[in-house]
Ligand binder design. Structure first.
Ligand code: PRX
Length: 651
């Protein structure tokens, strides 16, 4: 609450620039009309957006079929995502886009590729034929475990072309995490690369796939993109090279006419148990949501060079690197590596080199750059930028102002966009040209979105009092379920209030109705804008034979937002100390991936528990962040545990 209190003291307001407003895709009048329609008749509003922003092979019979918590959007309609992202830009009045850059890609070593819409179309068709030749059909799942290279987008689009659902596993996840996801999705094929570049060094991916697939019997084929040329082992009959298959494949592949509710992808995200949830998104509603929001929020024009810095392994990479921008016929930039290689100004030199006009990134990156100093961006020509975006976590006003002044030269509107893996697309955001912004606030729900702040009983809270963020009406991009787990879907998202979605975030509205998102209120940490469940890290730790028990909490961190802190009880006879800390950090990296690696590990003989045996995480959070232990400790089973934890902290 302290964080939100300080955010709410923020009184600076930034009005839209009149010139920007005049040429905005959604001007003030449009926004006012859409808000009105969205409130009175959201189905009519979304149907309007579906007609304006998506091309359909055949129309829907019904806009929405809502049997809570199950929604079907654009019932009976047929479309295809790759058709919308490619073919329609090559035909009729849009045919001039054939030679427009669809993807500008730059590798970390400095190599680059510019891929036009016509070329991307050919490559996608070819790869769709490769998938078909491996027996992949619209009934199957395909896993992508790839670096940030154009082939990742090509593979995504090829899956959508034939109606196979993809599930992308972030390249930073371990073989163990990859295997869990392959098994849960029951995937038939894996697309990967030998490796990619990071911090100037090649890293490997194929070896992880080999380890994962060894214990994932559903996988029949592995297609490998050659990116680094490092040595890999290819298993005969199972593995093949991407370039060899592509050379032999036909560039003609008509898009499958898919039902609006046909599965599009599954993306795993962390929750409050040890097992990640496979969030299922479908075709027509998702596409309507991401195409509409990309056009409206980023105000895309034909001349823009749009750069969203997310990896395709996360939802932001799905919706706002690939599907949203390509559905709009935009030029989207993809960058392979880290922001600080070969020098700490790599991002700024990329913006100057390619003339980037729109930059969409996360507060954690902004905070990192603040620390590196103003000289770096100031040494580059950033005058091409005209709009900035933020996503993934609450942006602190200091970072907002720095982003506005140093990167945006005080001329670029900032859109702070709140959404989640589950929502598919942006839900709460400023609209450039029509909404006055306040640093730290995502401003208002988009037209057609019914967000509110409720108490536990479902009553709306008064302005300026804290509550739980809620979504009261279905929206087109919403998740359709958790893959293979109906009960968990109902329990996690739909059990707090009647027919209302619970995103897991705390929030407030100020007296002018602005939304201020406070962050997760469940046992999910937000590390550098990425979700990691405390339980996931705990189960990774206790899977080590020398660990008896573990509890994991987050503590505030200046750069990453939250850092992982683990309290560990070693098994009898095991010596706690620096070597064991190193072992355990390595173990978590192996089990999940480097993003889950604890920043601190503390040893304790016992964990604070309630009389019913529940670990008191609130108390551990206080200790981890060096706060006085506050609040009720009356349910604590053994007070001496608290005393010894505090002692271990002082040492
Ligand atoms: O807590 C919210 C935070 O990120 C969570 C969603 O994480 P994920 O599914 O990984 O998707 C991240 C990219 C959309 C939310 O529950 N979050 C996301 N955007 C914001 C945010 N918190 C505050 N302000 C935002 N703009």
């Amino acid at each position: 609450m302290a964080d939100i209190e300080s955010l709410l003291k923020e009184t600076r307001t930034f009005k839209p620039d009149p010139q920007f407003s005049r040429s905005a895709n959604w001007n003030k009048k449009t926004v006012a009309a859409y808000r009105k329609e969205g409130e009175k008749n959201p189905e009519r509003f979304w149907a309007r957006m579906a007609k304006e922003n998506v091309s359909w092979f055949s129309p829907w019979k019904k806009v929405l079929d809502w049997k809570p918590p199950y929604a079907k959007w654009f019932v009976g309609a047929k479309t295809n995502v790759s058709y919308n992202c490619l073919d329609r830009h090559l035909e009729g009045e849009n045919a001039w886009r054939r030679n427009k850059a669809a993807i500008i890609w730059e590798g970390e070593p400095g190599d680059s590729r510019v891929i036009t819409y016509a070329e991307l179309h050919r490559e996608v068709c070819r790869f769709a034929n490769v998938l078909k030749s491996k027996g992949v059909t619209r009934k199957d799942r395909v896993i992508l475990y790839m670096p940030m290279i154009p082939e990742a987008a090509i593979a995504m689009l090829a899956c959508t072309r034939i109606g196979a659902a993809h599930s992308i596993v972030f390249g930073g996840f371990s073989a163990e995490a990859l295997r869990d996801r392959i098994v849960d999705a029951d995937a038939k094929l894996v697309v990967t690369a030998d490796g990619g570049y990071r911090k100037g060094e090649p890293f490997g991916l194929k070896a992880q796939v080999d380890a994962a697939v060894r214990r994932a019997p559903s996988v029949e084929s592995v297609v490998v993109v050659q990116r680094t040329g490092q040595k890999v082992t290819m298993k005969r009959g199972r593995d093949c090279w991407y370039h060899e298959e592509m050379a032999a494949a036909s560039p003609v592949c008509p898009p499958a006419k898919l039902d609006a509710e046909h599965p599009l992808f599954i993306l795993y995200t962390s929750g409050t148990t040890g097992k990640p949830k496979g969030i299922l998104h479908t075709t027509g509603g998702y596409l309507t949501h991401v195409a509409t929001t990309t056009r409206a929020i980023f105000d895309l024009k034909e001349t823009d060079v749009y750069w969203c810095t997310a990896d395709v392994g996360w939802i932001t990479g799905h919706s706002y690197v690939v599907y949203g921008p390509l559905a709009c016929g935009a030029t989207t930039l993809m960058y392979e590596g880290v922001p600080t290689h070969p020098g700490p100004d790599r991002w700024w030199s990329l913006i100057a080199k390619w003339g980037v006009t729109i930059l969409y990134t996360a507060p954690t990156a902004i905070r990192t750059f603040i620390r590196l100093g103003d000289d770096l961006p100031k040494a580059h020509d950033l005058s091409s930028l005209r709009l900035l975006g933020s996503v993934g976590e609450p942006i602190n006003p200091e970072a907002w102002i720095w982003y506005h002044e140093v990167i945006g030269g005080k001329r670029c509107p900032i859109v702070d966009t709140w959404w989640q893996t589950e929502t598919g697309g942006i839900m709460i955001s400023s609209l450039p040209g029509s909404v006055a912004t306040k640093p730290g606030s995502a401003t208002f729900p988009l037209p057609g979105i019914d967000a509110a702040i409720l108490d536990e009983e479902g009553n709306e809270v008064k302005p300026s009092s804290g509550g739980l963020l809620a979504l009261r009406k279905p929206w087109p991009g919403m998740l359709r379920g958790i893959w293979g787990d109906k009960a968990r879907f109902k329990e996690v998202y739909w059990s707090k209030w009647k027919n209302t979605y619970f995103p897991g975030d705390g929030a407030q509205r100020d007296r002018q109705g602005y939304f201020w998102i406070m962050g997760r209120i469940d046992d999910v940490m937000n590390i550098s804008g990425h979700r990691i469940g405390t339980m996931e890290v705990e189960s990774a730790l206790v899977s080590h034979r020398d660990v008896a028990e573990a509890a994991v909490v987050g503590r505030p961190d200046e750069i990453t937002g939250t850092a992982v802190v683990a309290f560990v009880t070693p098994r009898g006879g095991v010596k706690p100390g620096a070597p064991f800390i190193k072992t355990l950090k390595g173990h978590v990296t192996k089990e999940i991936g480097a993003i889950a690696r604890p920043a601190d590990i503390r040893f304790t003989n016992a964990l604070p528990k309630t009389r019913s045996g529940k670990i008191m995480r609130r108390l551990l959070r206080d200790i981890a962040s060096g706060r006085e232990v506050a609040g009720d400790t009356s349910t604590l089973e053994d007070f001496s545990v608290l005393a010894s934890l505090k002692e271990s902290d002082e040492n």
